[in-house]
Design a protein around this ligand. Structure first.
Ligand code: AMP
Length: 202
């Protein structure tokens, strides 16, 4: 099993790269943002609640995030994949701790956290551009986008230290072309796989 977290600020290209990695390595892609948006599209009252946080650039509270994710996992068979690529989750320390507990029970821990480094003005530019075609209400307003960046710095970036302490955190340049970033991600993943296979041999 190959369990990976793609880490980085909003607009750093996690979603685009996750889709490519999913195909190349036969992974299940778990994006809490996508799961929340599909709940919003179903026009449920839960969706309304999720939207109220997302439209303000705030994180969905952990308890609510866990509830939605658990129900998603219940409906999707993780056993059939070669592993999981997490995109946009975890976003807080309690989420990372809950994920570690969940994966420890399955004896399939996160192997590597790949962090895409992109300068803040560049990501704001990318998101506002994406907002013109994505129809995402949280992409359209620069004030909300800046708020999301601040939430990332305050609540999500501390995960870099959390995973560094586990020796799993790797930073790479997220500012190249899609193909350049993809190649760099694949190189890191291949190295992680080779190391884990080497460790098995020993
Ligand atoms: P994303 O599609 O990953 O950019 O997420 C869009 C929005 O969904 C975020 O700004 C948050 O409001 C919410 N969201 C997505 N994933 C999480 C998460 N793991 N924890 C809390 N809120 C989340």
């Amino acid at each position: 099993m190959l369990n990976i977290i793609l880490f980085g600020p909003p607009g750093s290209g996690k979603g685009t790269q996750a889709l490519k990695l999913k195909l190349k390595y036969a992974l299940i892609h778990i994006s809490t943002g996508d799961i929340f948006r599909s709940e919003i599209n179903s026009q449920s009252s839960l969706g309304e609640e999720l939207k109220s946080y997302m439209d303000h650039g705030q994180l969905v509270p952990d308890e609510l995030t866990f509830r939605v994710l658990k129900s998603y996992l219940g409906e999707n068979d993780l056993e059939k994949s070669q592993g999981i690529i997490f995109d946009g989750f975890p976003r807080t320390i309690p989420q990372a701790e809950a994920l570690d507990t969940f994966l420890a029970e399955r004896k399939e821990p996160i192997q590597v956290v790949l962090s895409l480094l992109v300068n803040e003005d560049e990501v704001v530019k990318r998101i506002v551009l994406r907002g013109k075609s994505s129809g995402r209400s949280d992409d359209n307003d620069e004030t909300i986008v800046r708020k999301r960046m601040q939430v990332y710095r305050d609540q999500t970036f501390p995960l870099a230290a959390y995973y560094t302490a586990q020796n799993k955190y790797v930073e790479l340049n997220g500012e190249g072309s899609i193909e350049e970033v993809f190649t760099s991600l694949c190189n890191h993943i291949n190295r992680t796989v080779a190391l884990s296979e080497g460790a098995d041999v020993i």
